[in-house]
Each structure stands twice: as C-alpha cells, then as structure tokens.
Design a protein. Structure first.
Length: 97
C-alpha cells in the first residue's frame, strides 16, 4: 500500500486536515441528530452516517500512515454497519404494522 510522504507534499497536510475537519463536523452533526431524534428512522440514518464517516476517517488514516491493517478495520466496520442498518430497517418496518 503506498501512502503519501507528507514531507514531499506540504500541501497534503492541509488537505488531510481539511478532510478530517469536514468528516469530524459531519460526525458531530450526525451525533446530534442521533441523540435528538425526533423519530427512530431519523436515528437509524444518523447512525449510518456516523459509521460511514468513521469508516472514511479510518481509511484516510490508513492511507496517510501507510497501515494496511487499518483498511481491514474499515472494511469490518463497514460490514458491521451494513448488517446493523439492515436489521434496524427491518425492525422499523416491522414496528409500523
């Protein structure tokens, strides 16, 4: 896995910081929506957004730090999030009946 050498690309440090800031802000907004609701489907979508942003952060850090094992963690997190989102969607659909 080839990462970046931040010493060779000084502008890349700024790009990584901007990306992490945007992802962090989206995670904060998703956490607020997760806590405040107002309904269960809103909370399910917020949880899914929170996990997708976390996967993006882990993937970005894996690229920056050249750690392929972090990609495995990101894939595992994404698969777990997918299964939980499907289960929660099934629960929401069944609870409407």
């Amino acid at each position: 896995m080839s990462g970046i050498d931040l010493a060779d690309y000084p502008w890349a440090v700024g790009v990584v910081h901007v990306l992490l800031s945007v992802l962090g802000l989206s995670m904060v907004c998703a956490a607020i929506r997760l806590l405040r609701g107002p309904s269960l489907p809103d909370r399910v979508v917020a949880l899914d957004l929170l996990v997708v942003a976390a996967v993006a952060v882990v993937a970005l850090l894996a690229w920056v730090y050249r750690q392929p094992s972090l990609i495995d963690l990101a894939v595992l997190l994404a698969l777990t999030a997918f299964i939980s989102t499907v289960a929660l969607a099934w629960y929401v659909e069944r609870s409407k009946r």
